[in-house]
Write a protein that binds this ligand. Structure first.
Ligand code: MN3
Length: 258
């Protein structure tokens, strides 16, 4: 999955100031940053799809999945790895952690990491939160939190669809959680992640044209409506619980976890 427990604790720890990227990379003299990557493999792994390219048919077509995963996602991954190539201390950070506090990155790579680190983290999540066995509605704790914060599932869906439809240009629609555990819908431009503004991305929908244009052309609304048929609620609830248990949310009422 996109964020394991350790990763997200680190992400939030960074936000909370417990660990700062600055303290990590400033602890090395600048000269150390010019050495090559100590690893043989890519720092940020180009992950495979957890299903076949055609598995999400007819809602998302095989050709779109091939281009989206093998070209666009591969590009973000490659550019992210290239950006941190000369910074061994940054390579120790998980990608989620890396994009959480962009201001602390060396200025020269900040924009590249914002775009490609965001693209990498967003897409890694996107593949995981879809499934050929998807669709329907969430259950359990995530379902209860949605009802608590939106009234009912349909109202949440309407709000999310609205964000996805009206996101002007390229970007994402999100279900996010704030540090009080409250859920809301938002959208971001380009490849920005909610992590960049201190929010936890529970689920997100890619509304870049590359995500739908081959099949749906300009009919973004039709893509959005069909996408709900492949939404993997089990994975999304896992992500929700992961974020919910973070110590940053410790001011919330833990009874909703039981
Ligand atoms: Mn995309």
């Amino acid at each position: 999955m996109a964020l394991n427990r350790r990763n997200f604790l680190l992400v939030l720890g960074t936000t909370a100031g417990a660990i700062t990227l600055k303290s990590i990379y400033n602890s090395n003299p600048a000269s150390a940053e010019t050495s090559r990557s100590p690893r043989n493999q890519e720092t940020y792994e180009f992950t495979a799809l957890p299903y076949d390219y055609n598995a999400l048919e007819p809602y998302i077509d095989e050709q779109t999945m091939r281009f989206h995963h093998d070209k666009h996602y591969a590009g973000y991954t490659r550019n992210l790895n290239k950006a941190v190539d000369r910074y061994p201390s940054l390579q120790r950070l998980d990608a989620e952690e890396l994009i959480t506090d962009l201001d602390r990155l060396p200025q020269i790579i900040r924009r590249t990491v914002r775009n490609n680190g965001g693209g990498y983290v967003n897409h890694k999540m996107f593949w995981e939160i879809m499934s050929p066995d998807g669709g329907g509605e969430p259950r359990g704790r995530l379902a209860r939190a949605i009802i608590r914060d939106f009234g009912n599932f349909d109202r949440f869906k309407e709000s999310f669809n609205q964000a996805a439809r009206t996101r002007f240009g390229s970007g994402w629609a999100w279900l996010v959680m704030d540090r009080d555990g409250k859920l809301s819908v938002s959208d971001t431009l380009n490849q920005d992640s909610p992590l960049m503004t201190g929010q936890y991305p529970v689920m997100g929908l890619d509304v870049w044209e590359h995500a739908y244009y081959l099949k749906y052309k300009n009919a973004r609304g039709e893509y959005i409506n069909n996408w709900w048929n492949v939404v993997n609620w089990r994975e999304i609830e896992k992500r929700y619980l992961l974020g919910r248990r973070s110590p940053v949310f410790s001011n919330t009422n833990n009874s909703s976890l039981s």
